[in-house]
Design a protein around this ligand. Structure first.
Ligand SMILES: Nc1ncnc2c1ncn2[C@@H]1O[C@H](COP(=O)(O)OP(=O)(O)O)[C@@H](O)[C@H]1O
Ligand code: SF4
Ligand SMILES: [Mg+2]
Length: 321
């Protein structure tokens, strides 16, 4: 069974156009569907503003979709949701964010930060049991036990992210939503944190939704990958479908931009259009080197290239073509 099924999720935000303008709808996510197999990692990749964090918040229950539903096994979060399922999600689906300490009290010590979710969910834990759990978690994320008395300001970025992972694990979750978990870290530290996440996944049997603007990070971690552009899936499939057999011109551009010897990070020409006024036809046509007339008029339907591989393009690039 899948850990997570996301079906036809849409999220539109009303935004004011200007002082005298009427409000418009910003469609941050449009008809997004994907599955995360149990024990796997679904990597969500796309440029800034493509709707990644909006999807993450909906899956975490921090935001409500305008349409569509999210399922974790038998538990359905849609038009109606059972209170028991909401409580289950508060425990079983946890987040690790880019800068988890932005919102935390710098005066709290690491031990209290890690244990806080447990204290909120279930009071009345024996002191000894809490401290045993804390020591076990710090060991799991590779931090010495004496770190529990330190404050966030005394830790490096990589150490702080290990604390954030320990905090996310304290309630024994089944799914972690990792939204740009290594984007704020030096490249040399990124690999250490990603390898820790991989080890924890194997040991604890976790399923991950991993979000990154960096295709290299997503390719390293993921069993499945979805490529988002302006809130729409351009392409999705297994890791190899996307990395070895990319069919969408945008995926090709992302791959070119992530090569170590890429000429510069702007391998994709042109600006991302405003999500308030997305291009007609294919939303990628203003930047696509393969665009033809039909792309400016007709929205491409999603095509299946194989049982696992789907692409939204009139002229997908396939090796047979
Ligand atoms: N609460 C909100 N109100 C209005 N617009 C929003 C809100 N949250 C996100 N957006 C817009 O939705 C789009 C997608 O944002 P986001 O999901 O944060 O993208 P990403 O995480 O891929 O950078 C952006 O255009 C962003 O400005
Ligand atoms: S539909 Fe046309 S514009 Fe869009 S990605 Fe495919 S070729 Fe490019
Ligand atoms: Mg984001």
């Amino acid at each position: 069974m899948n850990a997570l099924d996301v079906s036809n999720i849409g999220r539109a935000f009303p935004v004011r156009g200007g002082l005298f303008a009427s409000s418009k709808m910003l469609r941050a996510v449009e008809d997004a569907s994907f599955v995360l197999p149990r024990g796997g990692t679904f990597g969500l990749v796309g440029e800034s503003g493509s709707g990644k964090s909006t999807l993450a918040k909906i899956i975490l229950g921090a935001d409500e979709p305008t349409r569509g539903e999210v399922r974790f096994g038998e538990r359905v979060f849609g038009k109606t949701t059972r209170d028991a399922d909401r409580r289950w999600r508060q425990r079983a689906v946890q987040a690790v964010l880019q800068d988890p300490f932005g919102s935390l009290d710098p005066q709290m010590n690491i031990g209290d930060i890690v244990l806080e979710p447990l204290r909120i969910q279930k009071s009345g834990f024996a002191r000894d049991a809490l401290h045993k759990r804390l020591d076990e978690l710090l060991a799991q994320v590779g931090l010495p036990a004496e770190f529990k008395r330190r404050r966030p300001g005394e830790l490096s970025g990589g150490q702080r992210q290990r604390v954030a992972i320990a905090r996310a694990l304290v309630l024994e979750p089944e799914i972690l939503v990792l939204d740009e978990p290594v984007s704020a870290l030096d490249v040399s530290i990124q690999a250490q944190v990603l390898n820790l996440l991989k080890d924890l996944q194997d040991t604890l049997g976790l399923s991950y939704l991993l979000i990154s603007h960096d295709l290299a990070v997503v390719a390293f971690m993921s069993s499945h990958i979805g490529v988002l552009y302006l809130g729409r899936f351009m392409e999705q499939g297994t890791r190899d479908d996307i990395v070895e057999r990319a069919a969408h011109p945008y995926t090709h551009a992302l791959i070119a931009a992530s090569e170590p010897d890429a000429p510069d990070v702007h391998a994709i020409s042109g600006e991302i259009p405003s999500p308030l006024a997305p291009p007609a036809g294919c939303v990628f046509h203003t930047r696509c080197p393969a665009a033809r007339d039909v792309c400016r008029v007709d929205t491409p339907p999603e095509q299946r290239l194989s049982a696992t591989h789907r692409v939204t393009c009139h002229f997908p690039i396939t090796s047979k073509a």
